[in-house]
Design a binder for this molecule. Structure first.
Ligand code: GLU
Length: 472
């Protein structure tokens, strides 16, 4: 049978990293098994579901490259189907009308709590004759959960699970307002969509025995399950906004490549030997549900940064440049005013962990820096720097072939002609060209910047020295 998995988010907020990891695992398993991956939007909670949240989820999935073979399906479009099956269960006496008032249920609950019992429906309308109520009196529909035996399943992550039916009460499957409830819709969808493996967060594990009973009542095959553990922040608490970015798109905004986030997420709770770096084809090849870790995983931002740096340095520069372009726009840097983006990546990715930093650190290649960094200028643009800067300027204006090696030669020649150490020449030059005391290798920066701009920035530094001398 063809493997089919799904990701079924409720659109009540953005796609967060926990959801993204569940989606990734589900997607990887489908790809690994040459199966299909379905996207389903569980929007039955009309009050909490919003269109912006749906858009954010789709955008997050697309940015991550987790494409779907079917969907997105929307539960709100399938109410007729759910209701048809609920009516069928009523006709088969596998579900029943419950007329219990709110007050009765509330009193029951209080009684049970006072007696130290777990609150549960007592089955009042299950076997009693409720014919005194007219059919249209307010009521809910409850699923007639078996009372004997137990529900047994082997979870791919959590292992063998057995729950006695006596632990489970009769679940409401249709509310008074006629709306089918979540647990019922999930089962019908997974059945209709022929889902073979349900990969989801462990917060759903308590629903699974109830859902299995519903599958059985419907005569539907029960899928396999893998309940993935939680993600914790680096302080051990459940991952939340407090720990920094949790929305997937925030990672894009912060300068991460989707490949880095996916690599990070795949390892957060799954492993294959001690391998850390996985390309997407490799993840697909090696992924298995049974190797998912049972214990909760702690988010480690430093590792994510390390992976991002790795991908910035090793992926095709043209691809990285494309992602970098977004950050240029975001930081209002015009990429047409300097070297092609793919040509700067090799040099700058060595020193940056994010694309956001890379854009910020290379800004001076595209526009004039505003002012010299005060400390760097104070230290390096002193009167003694005039002579080396002037000599370099004149040599640079004569370099025949504008490339790093020749520019390097100019710096070296200047230092030896003036009998100065390389630092005494290189540092003033760096501050002149970039405005600051730190940059990648200055000869390579100057090549990228181009002759005209390099010369004019040296002039600017010389002017600065002149002004400094005048005011001294
Ligand atoms: N809609 C549920 C959620 O977002 C997921 C349900 C499921 O995967 O079965 O938590």
């Amino acid at each position: 049978m063809k493997v089919k998995t799904r990701f079924a988010p409720s659109p009540t907020g953005y796609l967060h990293v926990g959801g993204a990891r569940t989606a990734l695992y589900s997607w990887l398993y489908a790809k690994h098994m040459q199966g299909d991956f379905v996207l389903r939007i569980e929007d039955t909670d009309l009050e909490r579901s919003t269109q912006p949240a749906i858009d954010a989820i789709l955008q997050g999935m697309e940015w991550l490259g987790l494409g779907w073979d079917e969907g997105p399906f929307y539960q709100t479009k399938r109410f007729d189907r759910y209701n048809q099956l609920i009516d069928q269960l009523i006709a088969e006496d596998k579900a029943y009308r419950c007329y219990c008032s709110k007050e009765r249920l509330e009193a029951l609950r209080e009684q049970q709590m006072a007696a130290g019992e777990k609150p549960r429906y007592d089955g009042h309308c299950r076997d009693n004759d409720c014919s005194e109520h007219s059919a249209d009196a307010p009521h809910v529909i409850r699923f007639r959960n078996p009372q004997q035996g137990s529900v047994i399943f082997d979870d791919h992550v959590r292992g063998h699970i057995e729950i006695a039916n006596s632990e489970l009460d009769d679940l409401i499957i249709r509310r008074t307002d006629g709306a089918p409830t979540y647990n019922f819709c999930v089962v019908v969808d997974d059945w209709d969509m022929e889902i073979t493996h349900v990969v989801r967060g462990e917060d759903h594990i308590n629903n699974t025995p109830r859902q299995i009973n519903i599958y059985k009542a419907l005569g539907a095959p029960v899928p396999e399950f893998a309940h993935v553990s939680m993600i914790l922040g680096d302080d051990g608490a459940k991952l939340s906004k407090r720990h920094g970015a949790v929305s997937v798109m925030q990672y894009r905004d912060d300068g991460f490549l989707p490949e880095a986030l996916l690599n990070y997420l795949v390892r957060l709770g799954w492993s294959s030997g001690d391998q850390e770096i996985f390309s997407i084809p490799e993840m697909i090849e090696k992924f298995s549900l049974d190797a998912i870790n049972k214990s909760a995983s702690a988010f480690n931002s430093d590792k994510l940064l390390w992976l991002n740096n790795h991908y910035m340095r090793t992926m095709d520069p043209a691809y990285v440049a494309d992602a970098l372009k977004w950050h240029f726009e975001d930081q209002k840097i015009d990429p047409s005013q300097g070297p092609a983006l793919e040509n700067i990546i090799g040099l700058y990715a060595e020193r940056c962990n994010t694309l956001k930093e890379l854009a910020a650190q290379s800004r001076y290649l595209y526009e004039e820096y505003e002012a010299f960094d005060a400390t760097a200028a104070k230290k390096h643009l002193r009167p003694v720097a005039r002579q080396p800067l002037e000599l370099i300027r004149s040599k640079l204006s004569e370099v025949a072939c504008w490339e790093t090696a020749n520019i390097h030669q100019v710096i070296q020649d200047t230092a030896s002609e003036l009998e100065l150490g390389m630092g005494k020449v290189g540092m003033p030059l760096r501050v002149a060209v970039t405005g600051a005391g730190q940059s990648p290798s200055i000869d390579a920066v100057i090549e990228l910047l181009g002759r005209e701009k390099a010369l004019s920035r040296i002039d600017r530094a010389l002017q600065f020295i002149t002004e400094r001398e005048a005011s001294a």
